[in-house]
Design a protein around this ligand. Structure first.
Ligand SMILES: Cc1cn([C@H]2C[C@H](O)[C@@H](COP(=O)(O)OP(=O)(O)O[C@H]3O[C@@H](C)C(=O)[C@@H](O)[C@H]3O)O2)c(=O)[nH]c1=O
Length: 182
């Protein structure tokens, strides 16, 4: 397992070791010991989620507020996404920085999203099965987010505007500057 730092502090790109043989492959999708050694972070995951989406779907950019803030370890089981993290931690040296990485079921790379960052992804393949671990439980009342197309960040989602599929909730998210002020 190789763990690489990114443009956002404590946001890591993780490359699991994949063992291939005649039967297929084997990989450790998470090892607390290796994760801690590579990042220096102690995280206790308490909830795993799976979502399925088709081409053009953009989920995000989401986070949970306050005590319900979640760190997430995100990955793709099948298909390909552009995965995006925005640092919203006012005390972070990388405040407002963006990380965007393609994750897919072949490269099997994972992104670790620290607490206090917004997270989202765009589906680049026909279908995607997305899997992620969270270190806090889902809290509907703490759920919030920012618009995926906030001009402040000008993220290239790699999906033409007319092909984007968003939830009603995500169509009405505010801009970063409307909710995060330093
Ligand atoms: C995220 C979540 C949703 N739900 C429910 C609420 C709702 O009825 C339904 C769909 O929820 P959403 O529309 O919020 O799902 P979704 O848009 O997939 O939300 C997710 O997006 C990605 C980008 C993230 O980073 C996640 O943390 C989460 O915010 O599932 C849970 O019961 N538990 C959960 O942990």
């Amino acid at each position: 397992m190789q763990i690489h730092s990114t443009e956002i502090e404590d946001c890591y790109l993780i490359e699991p070791q994949v063992f291939k043989d005649d039967r297929g492959f084997f990989m450790e999708s998470y090892s607390q010991k290796k994760f801690e050694k590579g990042t220096g972070l102690h995280i206790s995951f308490v909830q795993d989620n799976i979502s399925q989406s088709s081409y053009g779907v953009i989920r995000g950019l989401h986070a949970q507020r306050g005590k319900s803030a979640q760190a997430k370890l995100v990955s793709v089981i099948k298909g390909e996404v552009l995965d995006v993290v925005v640092d919203a931690r006012k005390d972070s040296p990388t405040f407002k920085k963006v990380v965007a990485r393609k994750l897919d079921g072949v490269n099997k790379q994972q992104l670790f999203v620290p607490k206090g960052c917004f997270h989202g992804f765009a589906v680049l393949s026909k279908d995607v099965t997305f899997f992620y671990k969270c270190d806090e439980f889902y809290d509907r009342d703490a759920d919030y987010g920012i618009a995926h197309d906030d001009p402040e960040f000008d993220i290239d989602w790699l999906i033409p505007v007319e092909k984007r599929i968003l939830s009603d909730k995500d169509k009405n998210l505010p801009l970063f500057n409307q909710i995060i002020t330093k």
